[in-house]
Design a protein around this ligand. Structure first.
Ligand code: ACO
Length: 431
């Protein structure tokens, strides 16, 4: 709980209001305006929540100016180097790193939930083969509430726990099935002898006709991508999950809402949009044309994979992935392809160009994750589903934290009304 020491004074039409100022463990102080409407008869106006803290949270911290990202206090660079995704899941959900025994128990529980109810296979078959896998995921994850009736009661902590385990365990299976379905290939069941990342690669890339060997370097890169995307504070999709959950909606419905929000190109959909943009640019000599378009205020085009609402410095996740991209491309011997050349040159120009430097538009995580995922053999349509399955643990941790928060209320923003004042209805013959 943030501590309260000082006050801020707001004067409106000569009337002064003292507002408590809350101090977080790190980060900017927060003016507590909860009583503003009751005592001052005014609302605040903050479209896009650029200056508004919507909740207390002890999970993730970002310092956008410095380029710091902490999960439960641990720097992302250390977790990326020394930890692995399931340990990070435990950390995000429980607040502390697990002991060896706790880790083994957690892994065992996740592993035992990787299969889906067999009836869900028929649900998949209702989709067109050319559906975007995000569309399939929104539908299937939402539909989980029709299959797992014993984990819908949000007031029962054990049901909340089992719903959390089910989603962390089953999201890779759902994403892989959406992929297999789009290819017209048979679904591949999970293999519980593989780790989380290797199992996902197995479900995506193996076929019943021949053995499939998971390359440990690719599995490590996959695990890294999962780890770096696991949580990111109160971003759009996380806020969507919290808002959906604030009404008491069931956890599967809340996560489906998060997946829907993540899909947008300004958020998780940027990884797909970025790679499509690199392909559209095609060759290095066409980059100046696209840079000019990005700067042109009359052109809606933006350089995808650049800029971030919070980071006004290098995205720390992008730094880790830049190195991983070099490793993966080196391993696969494709460091020289044209898309990658365009990416490297675009990055170099954008980091030097005054427009991007002045606006602090650095490459973000989506810029590098797309390059790695493409090298691994994923089609662009799978990039955002992979982001979604990685972020599921973050959404769930934030949802659980919200349910335990005694200040939690249904989310209900106010508005600055600019419509017509009250007027009388006019019968059609008089209009
Ligand atoms: N290319 C060109 N110009 C840009 C870009 C970009 N990618 N991003 C921002 N700008 C410009 C804006 O035009 C604006 O210029 P102005 O001040 O002259 O009007 C200025 O930089 C600030 O941009 P805003 O849109 O106000 O910044 P905001 O914080 O609202 O947006 C966002 C952040 C949505 C990420 C934006 O940078 C963007 O659209 N980037 C491309 C999409 C992308 O890569 N999204 C992934 C985000 S990371 C994630 O979700 C995992």
């Amino acid at each position: 709980m943030a501590t309260k020491h000082t006050t801020a004074t707001l004067t409106i039409d000569g009337k002064s209001l003292d507002l408590p100022v809350l101090h977080p463990t790190i980060g900017p102080d927060v003016v507590d305006i909860r009583k503003l409407y009751a005592e001052g008869d005014v609302f605040t106006f903050d479209p896009g929540f650029t200056s508004t803290a919507a909740c207390e949270s002890a999970i993730t911290y970002i310092d956008g100016d410095k380029g710091d990202l902490l999960y439960r206090g641990y720097p992302i660079e250390q977790l990326a180097e020394k930890s692995h995704y399931l340990e990070v899941c435990y950390l995000l959900m429980n607040g502390e790193l697990p002991s060896r025994l706790q880790m083994e128990d957690f892994e065992r529980r996740i592993t035992r939930h990787t299969m889906l109810h067999e009836q869900i296979h028929y649900f998949f078959r209702g989709f067109r083969r050319d559906s975007h896998p995000m569309a399939t995921m929104v539908g299937v994850v939402g539909a989980m509430s029709a299959f797992y009736h014993d984990s819908l009661d949000i007031n029962d902590p054990s049901q909340r726990e089992i719903a959390a385990m089910r989603m962390i365990a089953k999201l890779p299976t759902i994403a892989a099935m959406a992929y297999k379905y789009s290819l017209g290939q048979p679904f591949v069941y999970p293999r519980n002898d593989l780790d989380y990342a290797a199992n996902f690669l197995h479900m995506c890339f193996s076929v019943p006709a021949e053995p499939y060997h998971v390359d440990p370097i690719l599995a490590r890169a996959m695990d890294l991508i999962f780890t770096l995307h696991a949580d990111h504070e109160q971003n759009a999709s996380t806020s969507t999950v919290r808002l959906a959950g604030s009404s008491g909606a069931n956890p599967f419905a809340c996560i489906a809402a998060g997946i829907a929000c993540l899909w947008g190109p300004a958020h998780g959909g940027a990884n797909q949009a970025c790679l499509e943009m690199l392909r559209e640019i095609g060759t290095v000599d066409r980059i100046p044309e696209y840079i000019a378009r990005a700067k042109d205020k009359t052109d809606p085009f933006r350089l995808m994979g650049f800029g971030h609402r919070v980071y006004k410095n290098f995205d720390p996740r992008a730094k880790v992935l830049k190195k991983a991209a070099d490793d993966v491309l080196g391993l696969l011997g494709i460091g020289d392809n044209e898309t990658l050349k365009v990416a490297k040159e675009l990055e170099r120009i954008a980091l030097e160009d005054p427009y991007f430097v002045d606006k602090k538009l650095y490459p973000n995580v989506d810029f590098y994750s797309g390059i790695i995922l493409e090298a691994m053999g994923f089609p662009t349509a799978m990039f955002t589903p992979i982001f979604a399955l990685s972020r599921t643990v973050g959404w769930i941790s934030q949802w659980r934290e919200m349910l335990n928060d005694k200040n939690q209320k249904i989310g209900r923003p106010r508005q600055l009304y600019i419509g017509a004042p009250m007027r009388d209805y006019v019968p059609v013959e008089a209009r």
